[in-house]
Design a protein around this ligand. Structure first.
Ligand SMILES: Nc1ncnc2c1ncn2[C@@H]1O[C@H](COP(=O)(O)OP(=O)(O)OP(=O)(O)O)[C@@H](O)[C@H]1O
Ligand SMILES: [Mg+2]
Length: 451
C-alpha cells in the first residue's frame, strides 16, 4: 500500500467515526463542503424533479425559434447565495414569475430527501426571495450553541432551534413568558439557561422558587431578591408592585410635555429615560407556580388571592417599568382558581416542554397555535429539554436548551456577582450569602461580618 492509500483510508475512517460519534465536528470538517458541492451539482435536476421549475417564457421561446435554436429548458429559482453554517446550509433563492414561497415550503420534505439533508425549512425574506435553511444532522440531539450570537440588551440566546438558528428570549419584544412541562421535562434547566444568559447583563434577578429554593438558591449571588415559600413570595411580590409604582412616578416626573419636546424624548417607559436616571430592569423568575395558587385553609386562600392579584398587576403594568415575568410550572389552567386564566392571557411568550396530556399543552398553545399542541405531546420522554415555542414570526418551532449543569450556572453567577444591583425596595429579600474566597480579607485584619 502506498502512503497515499493509507492517508486516504485514515481520512475516510476519521470521517465515518466523526459522523457517528460527533456529527457536529463531522459537519464542519467534511459535511459542509460535501453538501455544498452536492447541492450545487444536483440543483437543477432536483428542482425539476420536485416540481419547482417554470416553463420558458414566451419571449425565450420566440427568440429560440427566430434564432433556430433548440427549445429552452424549464428554469429553477435562481440561487442568490449558498452559505454553509456550523449546522447546515443556507440557500437564498430568487423565485421565478409564477412561483410563491408556499411552493418551496410545500416541497421541503422532497428537497430534504433529494439533497440528503437532515431537515429543510424555508421562509420568505421579501417578495420573491426565499431563504431555505437546511440542517446536516440532528442539531437538537446534543446542543452546541454557536460562539457568535446577537448581543442586544435584554435578549438572551437561550436555546437552539430545530433548523439550527438560535432561539432568543427577547424581554423587550415579549415581556412576559410562560414555560410549561411535565415533571422531569427540562423546565428548570431552561430557566437556569436564562439565568446564565442574564447574569452578565445589567439586570436585577428576582426569584421565587417554591421547591424550597433548590433550583434558584444555589445561584443566590446573582439574585437581588429570593423567596422560597408562598409567604415570602407574597411579601416580595407586593414589594415589587410598590417598586413598580415608584418607577412610574419617576417616569412621570421626567415627562416634560411641552410642545418643544420632540416625540422621541417623551418618556413612556424606562428605556426612554436618560441612562443615568434609568432604573435597572428586573426579571422575576417563578419556578413551580402552582405552589403559589394552592391553598388548604381560609388564611392560605386569602394569601393566594393576594399573590395572584400581585402577579396579574405586574403582568399588566410591569413592562413599561422594566419588570418582566418568567413563569414556569407543570400546569397553569383554570383549575388553579380565579385569576389564573387572566394572568395566563398576559404571558405572551409560550414554551411547552413534554406534557402528558392534551389539556396541559392547550394551556400553553390551545388559544394561539393549535398544531403546536400536537407537537408538544409528541416530544419523547427520553429527550428532556426539547420544547415547542411560539416565535416572533407568528409560528412555532421545536427548540432545546443546552444542558447547563447547576455547577456551571453557579460558577457563572459567582463570576458576575458584582453585577447584582442593590434594590432598596427589595432589600429585605436579598439572599444571605457568604463572601467569595477572593473577597475575603486576610485574617490578620478585623474581618467584617459577612451578610
Ligand atoms: N436541555 C437539556 N438537555 C439535556 N438534558 C436535559 C435538558 N434539560 C433537562 N435535561 C435533563 O432532564 C432532567 C430534568 O430536568 P429539569 O430539572 O429541568 O426538569 P423539570 O421540568 O424542572 O422537572 P420538575 O418539574 O420535576 O422540577 C435534568 O436533570 C437533566 O438531566
Ligand atoms: Mg423543575
Amino acid at each position: 500500500m502506498t502512503a497515499l492509500t493509507v492517508a486516504l483510508v485514515l481520512v475516510v475512517a476519521a470521517a465515518v467515526i466523526l459522523r457517528w460519534r460527533r456529527p457536529a465536528w463531522y459537519w464542519m470538517a467534511f459535511g459542509a463542503a460535501y453538501a455544498t458541492l452536492r447541492v450545487l451539482v444536483r440543483y437543477a435536476s432536483v428542482m425539476d424533479a420536485c416540481g419547482l421549475t417554470v416553463p420558458p417564457s414566451r419571449w425565450r421561446l420566440a427568440f429560440a425559434r427566430i434564432a433556430n435554436r433548440p427549445v429552452p429548458e424549464s428554469r429553477a429559482p435562481r440561487i442568490l447565495r449558498v452559505h454553509p453554517t456550523c449546522t447546515g446550509l443556507l440557500l437564498r433563492l430568487k423565485l421565478r414569475p409564477g412561483q410563491d414561497a408556499f411552493d418551496i415550503s410545500a416541497a421541503s420534505d422532497r428537497l430534504r430527501h433529494s439533497f440528503a439533508m437532515y431537515g429543510v425549512t424555508s421562509r420568505e425574506l421579501r417578495s420573491g426571495v426565499v431563504e431555505v435553511r437546511m440542517t446536516g444532522y440532528d442539531v437538537l440531539k446534543r446542543v452546541r450553541m454557536p460562539v457568535k450570537t446577537d448581543k442586544a440588551p435584554m435578549r438572551v440566546p437561550v436555546a437552539l432551534r430545530e433548523d439550527g438558528a438560535v432561539h432568543y428570549r427577547d424581554y423587550r419584544a415579549v415581556p412576559h413568558g410562560l414555560t410549561l412541562g411535565a415533571t422531569e421535562s427540562g423546565k428548570s434547566v431552561y430557566q437556569r439557561n436564562l439565568v446564565a444568559g442574564l447574569a452578565p447583563m445589567d439586570v436585577a434577578l428576582v426569584g421565587i422558587d417554591c421547591k424550597q429554593g433548590v433550583e434558584l438558591f444555589p445561584l443566590a449571588r446573582r439574585f437581588s431578591a429570593l423567596a422560597d415559600t408562598p409567604d415570602t413570595a407574597l411579601d416580595l411580590l407586593e414589594a415589587l408592585v410598590s417598586h413598580m409604582a415608584d418607577v412610574y412616578q419617576l417616569i412621570r416626573a421626567e415627562q416634560r410635555m411641552t410642545v418643544n419636546v420632540p416625540d422621541a424624548e417623551i418618556a413612556a417607559d424606562i428605556w426612554d429615560l436618560p441612562e443615568h436616571l434609568r432604573p435597572v430592569p428586573i426579571v422575576v423568575l417563578v419556578d413551580e407556580v402552582a405552589e403559589l395558587a394552592l391553598f388548604a385553609s381560609k388564611d392560605e386562600e386569602k394569601r393566594r388571592d393576594r399573590i395572584i392579584t400581585a402577579l396579574v398587576r405586574l403582568a399588566q403594568l410591569g413592562r413599561a417599568a422594566g419588570i418582566y415575568l418568567e413563569i414556569c410550572g407543570q400546569r397553569f389552567g383554570s383549575e388553579l382558581g380565579k385569576g389564573i386564566t387572566m394572568l395566563r392571557a398576559q404571558l405572551t411568550g409560550r414554551t411547552a416542554h413534554r406534557v402528558n396530556d392534551e389539556s396541559s399543552a392547550n394551556m400553553a398553545f390551545g388559544d394561539i397555535f393549535p398544531d403546536a399542541v400536537l407537537a408538544a405531546i409528541q416530544i419523547p420522554t427520553d429527550t428532556p429539554g426539547i420544547a415547542v415555542t411560539g416565535d416572533s414570526s407568528g409560528g412555532w418551532a421545536r427548540i432545546r436548551a443546552p444542558h447547563t449543569s447547576l455547577r456551571q450556572a453557579v460558577n457563572l453567577c459567582n463570576k458576575h456577582a458584582d453585577r447584582t444591583p442593590e434594590l432598596p425596595a427589595l432589600a429585605p429579600f436579598r439572599p444571605a450569602t457568604a463572601a467569595l474566597p477572593s473577597d475575603r480579607v486576610p485574617l490578620s485584619k478585623t474581618a467584617p461580618a459577612t451578610v
